[in-house]
Design a protein around this ligand. Sequence first.
Ligand code: SF4
Ligand code: SF4
Length: 212
Amino acid sequence: MSKVSEYWHGIPRKDIPWYPTVDKNKCIGCGLCFVTCGRNVYEIKNGKADVVNPYNCLVGCTTCETVCPVGAISFPDKELIHKIEKEYAILRVVQEERKKKGTKLELSKARSEAEKIVSQSPHRAEFVIAGHILEKDIPKKLLDLVSQCSCDIVNFKLETPSLKVCFDEKAPSSATFTLVSQKFEDVTECVEKIDKLLEQNNVVVVEHKKIS
Ligand code: SF4
Ligand code: SF4
């Protein structure tokens, strides 16, 4: 079943009377609405469709009405939704949701791009490092370094015991990352430069694996 929320863009779902009504005189009990709906709105009882979870219905959806072969399902007029949208001024909430969704989408695209680069790259090196990674601004320093080598660092994952502990008590953190060549060339030279940079910043290379 798809995820059912108690809210619709910040409005309690139960404040929105959007759900199907079945005309039992027309219903032939074919079950198409029951099997089509992914939100458990229907059950078939005594050979007829019964709306058992009306507020599970997705606001604005009319799929079951469309597929019902005998026109037994009806919905309120869509003006009802427009009225509620205005009444609750939902556009500000929607804008925030849009931003979040956009960011998640960009993250997921960037992740699959990184995975593609790793899978296509014959030469790469994997690092596990530990030290004062944030305090020493290591991510930025690494970025500056690899930009000069036509390389990139993908899947950079930072793990800290806690941000406060890292900044206030100067506890070490750890990170893993993969170095890849954007030109699919050998990465040995860049690996050596990274090792030197880490050493200069007292960051320890816990594990080092070169794949070529
Ligand atoms: S699709 Fe229509 S006819 Fe078939 S069970 Fe549902 S309401 Fe009844
Ligand atoms: S309109 Fe969509 S969500 Fe609502 S009951 Fe019908 S199929 Fe399910």
